[in-house]
Design a protein around this ligand. Structure first.
Ligand code: ADP
Ligand code: MG
Length: 690
């Protein structure tokens, strides 16, 4: 048998079962071996019931003794008692009882995994569990037992853990001769198992040590191919030529001298770094990272001013219309001083207006174009685009970035983000970029005071808000809106608005803004808010990114438990942007242990780096980056949070290979090339790879 043979050649796979495997992307023996166990049981990972400790997560092997439905105050629960001769453990379910009920028989042997509770004895609520065979016993045999992620679909064709293991064992019994993709040098330098050894040991290994080595090799592979992508992108950018933006020109000086504040040291430093890059005739590819309120906008304006001294155009793209409009207004204020024309391009513009902008752009009359992803539409054509800036770039896809860059001739590229990306993630996701960090806030800033409150305290909070408004400060109240279409959420914001207007804040000028409003309406509201004609703004999360109203001092967030940490930090960043003392009030309406943790962190720190680290740990990278990027990380086994050392070695290996052989054309890189083309086919437009 060969690794590329179909799984139908295996004994336990007939026509019905093969369909289920195919549905899981498994066609060949090779695919099958890539269906990794989700957990392994071994002597050291299993605990005796008598040795359990409350609060600990662990695995127990025990036998079902009794089970049954039990009435409780609100409905019923399902309980299973298990015994491992050292003690008794209770498993509790509060939902899906109808399904759970039919799963157990007295005498079933289970591997149970979960967090240990104590209430009249040890218990676990909603544990993960797998049924074992009578003689599955890692403790006395010393074997490592794999547990597979089996969906109900597998179970419906009679494939349980035992059968699945049999199938894997059969596949492993043939000498499949899986070709190695790395040179022996890479294997040796990184102390890696061969692929063949890894695919054997990830399923069945005689020791924990070997299992870990298998896991390491397979994680390494996933990181390696992502880093390969980064290396190729970086190298292909480096090999391009571009216009050097060497002249300083008159605009930079006029604008920087007109500012009514002094730039921070960090702002000066990053402007210097960027300037050094754009003077080159190799395109800049740089990420500007700075916490909320650190003053990235003025940096992007001054850098644009430098670029514009070279007879060129600049494009700035932002993820939301509110933010694009705000950037437009900031850019326009500054560039009016030097008579450079700025234009705004967003979706849903009047035809005539849009046409006139596009026309000005082609002719080079428009110097700075600010907008949303409307910028990447096909008919947007620049005369000479040499600097592209993308704000909150992680909200855009890899291909969207490429499309905008394609509108110039290898333009210099600056990405900006207020989400400080933890170090390991940064070399993963932004692995091809140089990094500039604004690690200092403007001197006049006072840290925002954050308080978590229960709804009962709101009356006091409202009085406090009235007081702030009396002092001519502005306040915002945010309601969560997970999906723009979630009507009930929207209703909550509208209702609060009515309630505030007619009852609580009668004497205050109140505005409402949400995603369902027409653009003109939103503009009107945002404009009045920034002119301080509106004192209290009720909003859904459309306000989230970037909005800059230095006079705002209170940010009240309703249902704070429903927001992610980074989002809360972003929202909080809407206040405390001026010299006034500011407050962030988080209203907690419901508590889970996870949401309590988030709110605690918010109360404890204003440090965006710390917060994003915690957020990443709590949510994992997929959600952390939002939907746009998650498809990019199709990791099976790699873990961006924990694999720091592996990422660094995989990165080095990938960059070394690309350094010598950019298009992976050498014979020794053939298998790497094939796998790369296979896994990253949909992103190849974003790099030049042939
Ligand atoms: P962010 O980095 O979150 O995008 P902004 O660029 O919107 O922050 O800046 C926040 C506020 O700080 C703006 O009102 C801006 O004018 C102001 N600001 C920027 N740099 C300085 C500085 N060096 N000193 C004082 N205020 C500054
Ligand atoms: Mg900003």
């Amino acid at each position: 048998m060969k690794f590329s043979d179909p799984i139908t050649l295996l004994k336990n796979i007939g026509s019905k079962r093969v369909e289920v495997f195919n549905n899981h992307g498994i066609y060949t023996l090779y695919d099958l071996l890539y269906y990794f166990p989700r957990r392994h049981l071994d002597r050291t990972s299993v605990k005796k019931i008598k040795d359990l400790i409350k609060g600990e997560s662990c695995t127990i092997i025990a036998t079902v003794q009794t089970f049954g439905v039990k009435p409780i105050r609100k409905g019923k629960m399902y309980q299973v008692m298990v015994n491992d001769k050292s003690g008794i453990l209770t498993l509790n379910w509060f939902n899906s009882i109808r399904i759970i009920k039919n799963l157990f028989k007295v005498g079933d042997k289970l591997a149970i995994h979960g967090k240990i509770d104590w209430f009249h004895g040890f218990s676990i609520t909603h544990p993960e569990f797998d049924k074992l065979e009578k003689n599955d016993d890692p403790i006395s045999t010393g074997e490592v037992i794999p547990l597979y992620p089996l969906t109900n679909e597998f179970k419906s064709v009679g494939i349980d853990q035992r059968i699945f293991r049999k199938i894997i064992k059969e596949a492993l019994s043939y000498k499949l001769n899986i070709p190695e993709i790395y040179s022996s040098e890479v294997l040796k330098n990184n102390a890696l198992f061969s692929l063949s050894e890894a695919l054997q040991n990830i399923h069945y290994s005689s020791s924990n040590k070997k299992l870990n080595k298998a896991i390491k090799r397979l994680k390494f592979d996933e990181h390696f191919f992502l880093q390969l992508f980064m290396a190729i992108r970086k190298k292909s950018i480096k090999s391009l030529g571009t216009k050097s933006l060497n002249d300083i020109g008159p605009y930079f000086r006029t604008i920087s001298e007109s500012l009514n504040f002094e730039l921070t040291g960090a702002q000066k430093k990053v402007i210097q770094e960027i300037h050094t890059d754009i003077k080159n005739n190799v395109p800049m590819n740089r990420l500007l990272q700075g916490d909320v309120g650190s003053g990235k906008t003025i940096v992007s304006i001054l850098v644009s001013a430098l670029a514009l001294g070279n007879n060129t155009q600049v494009a700035i793209m932002a993820p939301t219309e509110i933010l694009a409009r705000q950037h437009f207004s900031s850019f326009k204020t500054e560039f009016d001083k030097v008579k450079i024309s700025c234009a705004l391009l967003v979706g849903n513009m009047k035809k005539k207006e849009r046409f006139s902008i596009l026309n000005g752009l082609v002719l080079g009359k428009v110097g700075v174009l600010v907008g949303t992803h409307a910028l990447i539409q096909e008919d947007v054509i620049f005369k000479s685009l040499n600097l592209v800036i993308i704000d909150e770039q992680h909200r855009f896809g890899v291909n969207q970035r490429a499309q905008l860059l394609n509108k110039g001739e290898n333009p210099h590229f600056l990405a900006m983000t207020a989400t400080p990306i933890p170090r390991t993630l940064s070399i993963t996701y932004n692995g091809d970029m140089e990094l500039s960090i604004i690690d200092e806030l403007p001197k006049n800033r006072i840290p925002v005071i954050t308080k978590v409150v229960k709804p009962q305290r709101l009356i006091k909070v409202f009085n406090f808000i009235k007081d702030q408004i009396k002092q001519n400060h502005q306040c915002m109240v945010i309601y969560p809106l997970v999906e723009e279409s979630e009507k009930s959420d929207l209703a909550a914001a509208v209702q609060a608005y009515e309630n505030f207007k007619t009852k609580i804040f009668k004497k205050v000028s109140i505005g409402l803004i949400h995603g369902k409003m027409k653009t003109e309406e939103k503009d009107l509201i945002m404009n009045s808010f920034s002119k301080n004609e509106i004192n209290l703004l009720i909003s859904t999360t459309v306000i989230e990114v970037g909005v800059d109203i230095p006079n705002a001092t209170v940010m009240l967030i309703e249902h704070a438990e429903r927001f992610g940490l980074t989002q809360l930090h972003q929202l909080r960043g809407r206040v405390g942007r001026g010299a006034e003392k500011s407050y962030c009030i988080l209203v907690k309406r419901k508590a889970t242990s996870n949401s309590n943790k988030r709110l605690d962190i918010m109360e404890e720190t204003n440090d965006g780096f710390l917060i994003s680290d915690e957020d990443l740990k709590l949510r994992g990278p997929g959600e952390f980056f939002g939907i746009k990027q998650s498809g990019f990380f199709k990791f099976k086994i790699a873990d961006l949070v924990r694999d720091g050392p592996i990422i660094r070695t995989a990165r080095k290996a990938a960059f070394d290979i690309v350094e010598k052989d950019k298009n992976l054309k050498r014979k020794s890189n053939k298998l790497i090339r094939n796998k790369f083309l296979n896994e990253y086919s949909q992103y190849l437009d974003a790099i030049s790879f042939s």
